[in-house]
Design a binder for this molecule. Sequence first.
Ligand SMILES: Cc1cc2nc3c(=O)[nH]c(=O)nc-3n(C[C@H](O)[C@H](O)[C@H](O)COP(=O)(O)O)c2cc1C
Length: 232
Amino acid sequence: METLECIRTRRSIRSFKDQPIEFYKIGLLLDAANHAPSSGNVQNWRYILITSKDSMHQISALAAGQECIANAAILLIACSDDEDVEMHYGLRGKRLYTVQNVAASIQNILLAAHDLDLGAVWVGAFDEEKLSAMLGVPPIGRIHALLAIGYPNEEPIRKYMKPLEMLTFFRSYGNRIDDIHIVLRDYSVEWQKQATKLKDVATKGLGTGKGFLKKSLDLFKEKLKERKNKGK
Ligand SMILES: Cc1cc2nc3c(=O)[nH]c(=O)nc-3n(C[C@H](O)[C@H](O)[C@H](O)COP(=O)(O)O)c2cc1C
């Protein structure tokens, strides 16, 4: 799959088929995680692979009973080992970089899963203390997320996307440009608008077109009158 298509079509999948994932695909997911960028290349993510149904049910109970956890083919528990990051970058490393590094690797897994025809969801709501105890996570690390992965058994409905111009500022925070697509030379938005207009004309008859013609004719007549009056 092409990269941008993969990014644009990835969705959270919470319902999975009762179908195991080929082991080589699990390897590819973990390899994708390992290719993520990280501060000073510390690669501080650690993943725990869970394949046992019993464990999945236990973990689901610690994640507000979320069914996707119990029904997944596998879980990848995204953890961090914060020792190196803290040593190199102090408090900023501990508070910010460690989270960002793991998040980047998680996103790689989600995209790789989509590319491999798998579905996945990033789960952040869980009892961290109890789960850490259950999985033996040492105090120097923490669990950042649970990734439930399997073959998709649903097609999510379209999601609301905030418009680009709401989320992008120019030169300083809060400075918005309305027609950002023109600034970014994304003329597809304009084509889309024209296509919608043409579709309107096609479906609602020539309403718009006729209205436009009548207006032009009226304007022409008015101008003609003005000329005649001037001539007098
Ligand atoms: C930090 C984080 C925590 C999340 N926690 C949960 C969760 O606990 N349960 C869940 O079903 N989805 C969770 N999600 C998935 C989001 O609901 C989902 O990404 C969002 O609605 C956008 O939908 P999409 O992933 O299909 O684009 C989480 C996502 C992120 C990034």
